[in-house]
Design a protein around this ligand. Structure first.
Ligand code: SAM
Ligand code: DTB
Ligand code: SF4
Length: 372
């Protein structure tokens, strides 16, 4: 749901620039009308496929175009993702977000694995979110059938500023993927980054794009740029906390029912700063000492902050029903092939062991004599 009062850029800008304490008060009031202010969702991030991305997003350490410390890694195994998800759940996370450094999803074995991850993590009673780059409607349907709850695909900034930070894809392609997620009935998570050198008008431009959508995103992450060495934005100064608070408060007022996420960049923020972000309507954080590839506050520090502020982690599926987990032909074929492979390996090792029964190793002394 959007707040129709703020549709023009001028109206949003006036709100953004209003006296800070007034803005926070207004945002906190809206927040209390639609959300429990004492609950904040813990979301856990896993980079299921890291680095080597062909896109050139100027902020991203995973782009193959930049020389950063990120080591590329192939697709993780399903069992490892499930075990990390169990761990995150035991620590209070109700959502698992799986990220892949892809330009777009391709219909191959790696995607079959992702679909299986979605099935298995949803079966743990967690909200599963994926962020895999561009996605067709068929791929969205397949993920939805497997139990996917949300898809994260950020517009990141205004249409005008986009060209300055990414040259390998168009703003409209981003909008298309968001539409494909919506058509499949997947909850949309889409937001942006501040601190990339954009103007306040660019921040407002992004919010207006969401505001003018028929259905705005259910979840809006606000990231503060993590300036990573080797990327074109490595020299950017940390974004002032006041900008973060203004952005969160404005987003909260514009989209009263959406979840506003205080996302990347928290290691630069004080506890007091983060508390004001919660006051201004943020109700979700990424928990765990790593985002996808960059650092995040220690889990224990976050728990200390929760205790101090009297916050509790949100339970899963507060804003929507748990999706059903459907069978998937690709996953079933993959499992069948894996089972056959294991059978073949087991048969081979039985043969080997049998041969081994008759095998009498020679004594060392005999071997020595041969060598002589
Ligand atoms: N490749 C997919 C894509 O771009 O949609 C998914 C992964 S990508 C890393 C997900 C989001 O992470 C980006 O849209 C961007 O908003 C955020 N992100 C990436 N690098 C960041 C950074 N250095 N600081 C803050 N946010 C960042
Ligand atoms: C989002 O908006 N922020 C998260 C999540 N969606 C996938 C990612 C932040 C990534 C920060 C840079 C990194 O760790 O590589
Ligand atoms: Fe690739 Fe996503 Fe990073 Fe852009 S933000 S370089 S698409 S991983």
């Amino acid at each position: 749901m959007e707040n129709k009062k703020y549709q023009s850029k001028e109206a949003i800008l006036e709100l953004y620039n209003s006296p800070l304490l007034e803005l926070i008060y207004k945002a906190a009031t809206v927040h209390r009308e639609h959300h429990n202010p004492n609950e904040v969702q813990l979301s856990s991030l896993i980079s299921i496929k890291t680095g080597g991305c062909p896109e050139d997003c100027g902020y991203c350490p995973q782009s193959a175009k930049y020389n950063t410390e990120v080591e590329p890694h192939k697709m993780m195994e399903v069992c490892d993702v499930v075990s990390q998800a169990k761990n995150a759940k035991a620590n209070g996370a109700s959502r698992l977000c799986m990220g892949a450094a892809w330009k777009n999803i391709r219909d191959n074995r790696d995607f079959d694995k992702v679909v299986q991850m979605v099935q298995e993590v949803t079966n743990l009673d967690m909200e599963v979110c994926c962020t895999l780059g561009m996605m067709t409607e068929d791929q969205a349907q397949r993920l939805k059938n497997a139990g996917l709850y949300a898809y994260n695909h950020n517009l990141d900034s205004s249409r005008e500023f986009y060209k300055d930070i990414i040259s390998t894809r168009e703003y409209d392609e981003r909008l298309e993927t968001i539409d494909n997620a919506k058509k499949a009935g997947i909850s949309v998570c889409s937001g942006g980054i501040i601190g990339m050198g954009e103007s306040v008008e660019d921040r407002i431009g992004m919010l207006q794009t969401y505001q003018l959508m028929e259905t705005p995103p259910d979840s809006i992450p606000i990231n503060a740029l993590v300036a990573v060495e080797g990327t074109p934005l490595e020299e950017q100064e940390p974004v002032p906390i006041w900008d973060m608070i203004r952005m969160i408060a404005t987003t909260r007022i514009l989209f009263p029912t959406s979840v506003v996420r205080l996302s990347a960049g928290r290691t630069q923020m004080s506890k007091e700063g983060q508390a004001l972000c919660f006051m201004a309507g943020a109700s979700s954080i990424f928990a765990g000492d790593k985002l996808l590839t960059t650092p995040n506050p220690e889990y224990n520090d976050d728990m200390e902050l929760f205790k101090l502020l009297g916050l509790t982690p949100t339970k899963p599926f507060q804003n929507g029903e748990k999706p059903t987990v459907g069978e998937d032909t690709g996953v079933n074929e993959m499992k069948q092939k894996n089972a056959e492979k294991e059978e073949r390996l087991a048969a081979r090792s039985i043969q080997f062991n049998k041969a081994g029964d008759d095998f009498k190793p020679r004594k060392f002394s005999e071997v020595d004599s041969i060598q002589e």
